[in-house]
Design a protein around this ligand. Structure first.
Ligand SMILES: Nc1ncnc2c1ncn2[C@@H]1O[C@H](COP(=O)(O)OP(=O)(O)OP(=O)(O)O)[C@@H](O)[C@H]1O
Length: 307
């Protein structure tokens, strides 16, 4: 099997506290996983705020350089220092979808003009018919059409429609991989499932793999094939999404699941989280020596020396 993406022992260390300080934060610690080119999948990264999800995504997009380790896309090293031509070629294969569709579009620019400039850039053509065909093709994949959005400005669409347009923009170069960082969190709750189902259809109908970054276990359970759970920069559990989310093994994974369930029960006066579970997860996060161990069901779970 050929790898589409390979993350090899990647670390990202950010300096903290000014130029003269030696303090640093390990935003991502020794992350490794790969996506195969032969079978498109939705690979989810879950973790609470500050666990390193966005930093990992930015490294995959070549926007940040790993401090250690390597990221390979189709066998080629991804680097922040690619020249213009290489970057354009790379971007045509790995496209981001961001959280806030209203920030992704210039409010003063018609959406079709924005999509057209993306098509011109990646297709390297100024042929109007080819540009329109590429835009319409991408819009059809997200359930819209060029006719529907032609001449419209961002404020004339709902958040859900605009997020579809943002995904259509990302699809224009026909990338095999999308990196979707919290793509539904700014979208109205009633429209969220439509976007989530759209990601699934991109995988099933168009062979696009998606790295789906989220806090939300429910949508992760619904669409993911595999997932990793991150705690303070470390992957603590990785495996088949349904196996891990149905029966999480790592204390932090259990805590995440319990927190979600208990928020549903909050109206009945139950505790939002169990303090013992929080204390145990926090204790493990500070243990220096640990490794991912394979379980008989194929998942990887972090274990700690002397825990
Ligand atoms: N450029 C930076 N300089 C210093 N620290 C950073 C930088 N970028 C991220 N960090 C730190 O790295 C850690 C991981 O941040 P990151 O944004 O990757 O987390 P996240 O899981 O995506 O969180 P969220 O869900 O809130 O987006 C945080 O402690 C953050 O403060």
């Amino acid at each position: 099997m050929t790898d589409l993406l390979e993350i090899r022992n990647v670390w990202k260390r950010f300096p903290m506290g000014g130029l003269l300080s030696r303090a640093h934060i390990d935003a991502v610690q020794d992350a490794s996983f790969s996506l195969t080119a032969d079978k498109p999948e939705i690979f989810t990264i879950i973790g609470e705020s500050g666990s390193g999800k966005t930093t990992l995504a930015r490294m995959i997009l070549g926007l940040e350089q790993p401090s250690e380790g390597e990221i390979l896309f189709k066998g080629q090293s991804v680097s922040r220092n690619m020249n213009r031509e290489k970057r354009l070629e790379f971007m045509s294969q790995v496209q981001p979808v961001f959280q806030n569709p209203f920030e992704a579009f210039n409010p003063l620019k018609r959406i079709d003009r924005y999509l057209a400039s993306t098509a011109r850039q990646f297709l390297k053509t100024s042929d109007r018919a080819k540009i329109d065909a590429a835009m319409d093709d991408a819009l059809q994949k997200v359930g819209l059409s060029l006719k529907e959005i032609a001449g419209r400005y961002p404020h004339e669409l709902s958040g859900g429609q605009l997020q579809r347009c943002a995904i259509a923009r990302a699809l224009i170069p026909n990338p095999p991989l999308l990196i979707a960082d919290e793509p539904v969190s700014m979208v109205d709750a009633s429209l969220r499932m439509a976007i989530v189902n759209l990601l699934r259809s991109l995988r099933d109908d168009f062979g696009v793999s998606v790295i789906y970054i989220t806090h939300d276990l429910a949508t992760a359970y619904y669409i993911s094939d595999r997932l990793i759970i991150m705690q303070k920069g470390r992957i603590v559990e990785m495996g088949d999404a349904r196996v891990v989310l149905s029966d999480p093994e790592h204390p932090y994974s259990r805590l995440l699941k319990a927190s979600v369930l208990s928020s549903e029960d909050a109206g009945q006066g139950k505790l939002a989280t169990n303090p013992d579970m929080v204390a145990e997860a926090n204790r493990l996060a500070t243990m220096p020596s640990s490794r991912l161990q394979e379980r008989p069901d194929g998942r990887l779970v972090r274990t700690y020396e002397g825990a």
